[in-house]
Design a protein. Structure first.
Length: 394
């Protein structure tokens, strides 16, 4: 029996489901300071499997967690996060944090994004380590991925870390995602002057001005879409929130817009900020208003060559189990872009579950067969990437 076959023999689907269920029970909604619950469960799982754990405190109750197997040297990094989006309403199959298996699917908040993926990664890492203990493997689990990426930003302060490749275990429906746009969150504050609504001409309506800006942003989005090309298409703009005013009888003196800008690889938050300032400058009917723009968050994108050995290793790993994995781009953003930018290593995203139709929704669920398929793919990638000369450290 080959080394990889020995590793695959050790992967147990029932254990993956049990571990994923324990992680779902550890409610870690964000916004909040509850990731510590999931970190504690991850530490228990890692201890049982023989992994070494280390916390990095990011904020009270919010530690990042590193789990390592094998020697402490540059190797393959698996990347995930411990927080989940708020449970919300509309659940019918089960309560959000009461995991339940129905018809071969595991239900619960985080089953897809991304506690199922974390459980699959841990099972794969332990299996590989038992068969090939000389391979260095790490799972980095960050806090606050669903909001401001405070956990990942804290990790970037450590310049001593190095990796030969990174697999982000976000849900891709087992497609091999090699390209991902980044994201920037921006805030526009429009300040006018208040007046009695009986004579609105005595004031400057900040909501009216903000609405004009929103229309300009929509027009810029359409212009970008018209120039769409390649796997990633184009950058995008979207106004997500507009709020202001004090009441119907008062001309509003202040209005805020929160704006999402998806970044192409190579673009930065500063790029988006400059673009937004230029868009606003085109509106010549904002006399009397003051407009301030600030960057709240930025997450870089990345693109890995479709012919890269890491891409081929991922596709081959799934084909070995009879699954045809399409090579795609992702419409969402993820923290893999930070790793690519900081460590200059190849990145792919590969994980169980569908981010479009299952994640961030009531009755979130993941197929148990996909959890098992993911674990087997991760194990194969961990073995084959080390045999690929192009991915070895210099």
């Amino acid at each position: 029996m080959s080394t990889i076959e020995k590793a695959l023999e050790l992967i147990d689907g029932a254990t993956i489901v049990a571990d994923a269920s324990s992680l779902i029970l550890a409610n870690s909604e964000n916004p909040g300071t509850t990731e510590i619950r999931t970190v504690e469960v991850l530490e228990m799982i890692a201890s049982r499997l023989g992994g070494r754990t280390k916390r990095r405190q990011v904020a009270p109750g919010r530690p990042n967690l590193s789990i390592k197997f094998g020697p402490d040297e540059p190797g393959l990094l698996f990347l995930g996060h411990s927080d989940v989006v708020p449970a919300g309403t509309g659940w019918s199959v089960t309560q959000p944090f009461s995991p339940r298996v129905v018809d071969g699917k595991l239900y619960g908040r985080g089953s897809v994004d991304m506690k199922g993926g974390l459980a699959a990664v841990l099972q794969a890492m332990a299996a590989v380590n038992a068969s090939a203990p000389e391979l260095p493997l790490e799972l980095l689990v960050t806090v606050d991925e669903e909001d401001l990426s405070l956990g990942m930003l804290a990790e970037l302060e450590d310049a001593s870390r190095d990796y030969i490749a990174c697999v982000v275990a976000e849900p891709t429906d087992m497609s091999t995602v090699i390209a991902c746009r980044g994201a920037a969150n921006l805030k526009i504050t429009v300040t006018g002057s208040a007046a009695h609504a009986g004579r609105p001409e005595d004031g400057v309506n900040a909501i009216t001005a903000a609405s004009r800006i929103a229309l300009l942003i929509a027009g810029e989005h359409e212009r970008l879409r018209a120039g769409s090309r390649g796997l990633l298409g184009s950058a995008s703009w979207s106004v997500g929130v507009i709020q202001g005013g004090h009441g119907t009888s008062i001309v509003p003196d202040r209005c805020e817009l929160l704006v999402d800008r998806r970044l192409m690889p190579g673009e930065t938050g500063a790029t988006a900020l400059a673009d937004l300032e230029e868009i606003i400058a085109r509106e010549h009917t904002l006399d009397g208003c003051d407009t301030q723009v600030e960057l709240l968050m930025q997450m870089p994108g990345f693109e890995t060559d479709a012919a890269h050995q890491l891409t081929e290793a991922c596709v081959s790993a799934l084909e070995a189990d009879g699954f045809s994995s399409p090579v795609e781009a992702w419409t969402a953003a993820c923290e893999g872009g930070y790793v690519h930018q900081h460590h200059a290593c190849p990145i792919i995203i590969l994980g169980p579950g569908d981010i479009r139709n299952q994640a961030h929704q009531p009755n979130e669920h993941v197929s148990i067969s996909d959890l098992e398929l993911a674990a087997r793919a991760y194990a194969r990638i961990a073995m084959t990437q080390w045999e690929t000369r192009a991915l070895k450290p210099n």
